[in-house]
Design a protein around this ligand. Structure first.
Ligand SMILES: [Zn+2]
Length: 263
């Protein structure tokens, strides 16, 4: 039996889905993934994401600029996010945050874009969809100032250690878990600590087309991840938490509905 699931982070506007997006959604729905939040991460993908959400029942979008693109964060980018978050289909600001792993954008630009997007989240009282990699201290510092005024915030694709997980939870963040947890090389620690997340703070996502779960059998022919594999994230999260898949499906779906205000 398929559980009713919500993928809270799918980069479905990505061009790797241009040839078969309908089939991808069809496969997802057949597996119970009836609702998806499409991640906006640049001016282009923000437009693409809302376009898809407008066309297709069950699809929602976010609007934001990923730290990789922070150097391209212009007044126009800011205005576009502000315009899009007024739309009913657009359910969050982001993804936004800090990524010092590759530093595709200078840190100053990342900090500036992050602060500006938090301002939008505060003014509009939309939830915020957060990205952080190798930037924990700055991330917490910027976020702590804003958080009392932000409605809700989720640390999307959480991959950190026990210490930062506890810190995030103490700050009131929700936690998004991807197929990173299915990676026996770099996700083992996540498997071991995911049961620390309280039932009411947990959500699941694929981050498709990235992060194909390594535990899938048989191994798919393509490296491209897609929303149908949310069922594998569900399976591994449930196993790691010592809960049934049904329970994890119920709580993560309820949380996503409440967090994003989905109908
Ligand atoms: Zn991300």
């Amino acid at each position: 039996m398929a559980y009713d699931l919500i993928d809270i982070g799918a980069n479905l506007a990505h061009d790797s889905f241009d040839d078969d997006r309908d089939a991808v959604l069809e496969r997802a729905r057949a597996a119970g993934i009836n609702r998806l939040v499409i991640t906006g991460s640049s001016d282009d993908s923000n437009r693409g994401a809302i376009e898809l959400a407008r066309q297709t029942p069950g699809l929602f979008s976010t609007a934001g600029v990923h730290p990789h693109h922070a150097k391209d964060y212009t007044d126009d980018s800011d205005a576009l996010i502000r315009e899009l978050v007024k739309e009913p289909e657009c359910v969050a600001v982001g993804e936004c945050g800090l990524d010092y792993f590759r530093n595709f954008s200078p840190r100053e630009a990342q900090l500036d874009a992050f602060r500006r997007q938090l301002d939008i989240a505060i003014e509009t009282q939309k939830p915020v969809f957060l990205h952080q990699r190798d930037a924990h201290d700055d991330f917490v510092e910027v976020l702590e100032d804003a958080l009392p005024k932000v409605s809700r915030a989720v640390a999307h694709c959480f991959t950190g250690e026990h210490e930062s997980l506890r810190e995030y939870l103490a700050m009131g963040l929700s936690i998004g878990i991807t197929g990173w947890i299915c990676d026996e090389r770099r996700g083992k620690h996540l498997y071991d600590i995911v049961d620390v997340v309280p039932d009411d703070k947990l959500m699941i996502e694929t981050d498709a087309p990235y992060l194909l779960p390594r535990t899938l059998t048989p191994k798919p022919k393509t490296r491209r991840n897609e929303p149908v594999h949310l069922t594998e994230v569900l399976r591994v999260v449930a196993e790691a938490r010592g809960q049934t898949e049904e329970h994890v499906a119920n709580i993560t779906t309820e949380n996503a509905v409440r967090f994003f205000g989905l109908e």
